[in-house]
Design a binder for this molecule. Structure first.
Ligand SMILES: Nc1ncnc2c1ncn2[C@@H]1O[C@H](COP(=O)(O)OP(=O)(O)OP(=O)(O)O)[C@@H](O)[C@H]1O
Length: 346
């Protein structure tokens, strides 16, 4: 649905050239929610703005649907952009217009008839749950409600693709959750393909099918969310995932525990749970498992859990216990630690 091929973007500034994107290739399939995560300055905004050519890449091609946007005339590009909606962190609403007019004015400017404008305003305000606030002005709305108006406005042009540029970054956790649920509903019920960028791994975890990690203008890793969660390769990806599973144990305690057996992380997916398997380990082997930290989190498709466990016992017994856990389809990894700051899972 969206295919970026080897796009680069260089900004010329007074201080010289800034390469914001370097040979980035990305394919977002029809009907999926694809998330791009990265720290500030990684190039995420530039990347998403290249999809509808708000920024024109210096090199490379952008295809949306079956059209190569980078090859279109200005007139055809204007037409093609109607099929790409966009929402922003800052909402971008007209302050002096009501909720209704924020949606209706762009529709009128696009040449739709009065009845069609009415129909679309009603339909999309209903979808975002704001029918009751039709006559309110943006200043009378909460942040979450403003974002809902912006979403209704984007949807009212009946796009095939929705681009979300940090749409939940200015919102509190509960409001973020409700906007993410709305994005899921839009994706499922209207079949709209969504590409979102965020600096929060929790956003990716909750709604995305596939994801990419950006750093210094490049994609350093991409794949389906579950595979990235279980098999992250790049250090930056690991950092993002570890942010969801804090494991800040004092190094002195880690060192002490290691003397009496390995510290491992157990990852499990779906209905599996680490707990019954650990109870079996305690019964079947001469090993005492002690859960040091843990968290189960809901990915879009299924739950995913990670426990950090100390397996107290003799090496032969702990090795047998680890083999048993692996036979239960639980991924077992040793924990590497150096000092408090870069204590990381290997
Ligand atoms: N219009 C511009 N002119 C010059 N440099 C720019 C411009 N836009 C972005 N950059 C630079 O390109 C790099 C990538 O910026 P970009 O905003 O795409 O990153 P980001 O990952 O979205 O970060 P943030 O979340 O902080 O916006 C940065 O070094 C930034 O300073």
């Amino acid at each position: 649905m969206i295919r970026l091929t080897e796009i680069s973007k260089t900004f010329q500034t007074k201080k010289g050239a800034v390469k914001a994107l370097n040979q980035v290739s990305l394919h977002v399939k029809k009907g999926e929610i694809f998330g791009v995560v990265g720290y500030s300055g990684a190039g995420k905004s530039t990347l998403i703005r290249c999809v509808n050519l708000l920024e024109r890449p210096t090199e490379g091609t952008v295809v949306v649907g079956d059209e190569e946007l980078t090859a279109l005339s200005p007139q055809r590009l204007r037409e093609a952009r109607k099929r790409i909606g966009m929402i922003f962190q800052g909402f971008h609403l007209l302050k002096t217009a009501t909720v209704r007019d924020n949606i209706a004015i762009p529709l009128r400017l696009a040449g739709h008839s009065k009845q069609e404008v009415e129909r679309r305003v009603d339909t999309y305000l209903d979808i975002v749950g704001l029918t009751e606030r039709k006559d309110a002005y943006p200043a009378q709305l909460s942040g979450g409600q403003k974002q809902r108006v912006a979403i209704a406005r984007a949807l009212s042009h009946e796009p095939e693709v929705l681009l979300s540029d940090e749409a939940t970054s200015a919102l509190d956790p509960d409001t973020t959750e409700s906007i993410l649920q709305l994005l899921l509903k839009i994706n499922e019920e209207l079949g709209i393909t969504i590409l979102l960028i965020t600096h929060e791994m929790a956003v990716i975890q909750k709604v995305c099918d596939r994801m990419a990690v950006m750093e210094d203008g490049e994609i350093v890793e991409q794949g389906d969310v579950l595979t990235i969660f279980t098999e992250a390769q790049h250090p930056t990806t690991k950092k993002f995932i570890n942010s969801l599973f804090p494991q800040d144990l004092p190094p002195a305690l880690m060192a002490e525990l290691k003397d009496s057996g390995p510290i491992v992380t157990l990852s499990f997916v779906g209905a599996q749970s680490g707990d019954p398997a650990l109870a079996t380990v305690a019964k079947r082997f001469d090993v005492y498992p002690n859960i040091l930290s843990g968290n189960i989190t809901q990915l879009k498709q299924q739950p995913y859990g990670r426990l950090m466990v100390h397996l107290k016992g003799k090496p032969e017994e702990t090795q047998r216990a680890i083999r048993f856990l692996e036979e239960q389809q639980i991924r077992v990894k040793g924990v590497e630690y150096h000092d408090r700051r870069d204590q990381r899972i290997s």
